[in-house]
Design a protein. Sequence first.
Length: 368
Amino acid sequence: MKRYIDELNSLELKGQMRQLRNSADYSELINLSSNDYLGIGATLSESSNKYDSACSSRLLTGNSDLYFQLENTIETQYGKPSLFFNSGYHINIGILPAVTNKQDLILSDKLNHASIIDGLVLSNANIVRYRHNDLYQLEQILEKRRDDYDNVFIVTESIFSMDGDKSDLKRLVELKNKYNCFLYVDEAHAVGVFGEKGLGLSEELNLIPQIDFIVGTFGKAYASIGAYVVCNDVFKKYLINKSRSLIYTTALPDNVIAQNISNFTKVLNMSEQRNDLRKVSHRLRSEFIKKGIKSLGDSNIVPVIVGENKIAVELAEHLQKLGYWVFAIRPPTVPQNSSRLRISVCANTSWESIQELPNIIFDFISKY
Ligand SMILES: Cc1ncc(COP(=O)(O)O)c(C=O)c1O
């Protein structure tokens, strides 16, 4: 961490340290810092008296008290500092480029989401993509190359968005400790769904304190927009100063932030829905496998691997005609020859509503 602490100290000495300020503390002042050029945001805030439109970055006038409330709510649950960004995409393109330089190495799972890949492209670090969930290969790379670099970041999703499978977080924590690395885990598809309070696979496995960056987004189980990273205090301060996708974008309006506080809090107590979700998705996957339909994973994302693009598209269209809203997912979103249906089961998906799917898909695929 020394490098990050030194840089923060140097910013402080130069008088360049950025801090998030509570816009409520400035509400009596004449606002000469927003981009609310036509005054529409101000009118909105007068009429609702509650939900200001941001009209500038969180680093300027866009950081209302609700942002602090949201971050405090998240921090209380995780027991670590948190920082809110406009989306998971902003987080994944904003953190790795900020915390890495040419002397660093990023080791990224081959199936990581496009937003993580875009973050890799924007960073100056050296990059190696290891085979999906192949922690044996990951360790071989670490054994050979760890000492050639300053900081090394291991980056993975916890539940993979297209395969619905899990990464082995326990082993990843062992590796990060053994080889003195930072571990970055994107829990976009796990928050809300895994863990007693829905804080993700890291909660379920009691690993929150050991993971350096836990990313959760509000755009999936939390049914809103925005995202958060849970990290230590130095990294939080560092990101406020260095993460371009946090600094150089307009903050989300307060009604979104209020919604996020409400949804995050509600989800903490949704264990029953989490159980229903687990049961129905497990049942669907088992029925697929019993029928010889190729499915993967271990979550409520239940892919049906078809292979050819054309067949996957035709199968999706066939299902749509029968009343199922599913799409074919094709390369480059998934590897060549692994086109699929990505069936995403939700807690309100009844078994009765999907019980015919295995038969329908089996009959369709048997024709080829
Ligand atoms: C694994 C993963 N990370 C990040 C994102 C981006 O999140 P957001 O929709 O909040 O930008 C997605 C969205 O599909 C995702 O699947």
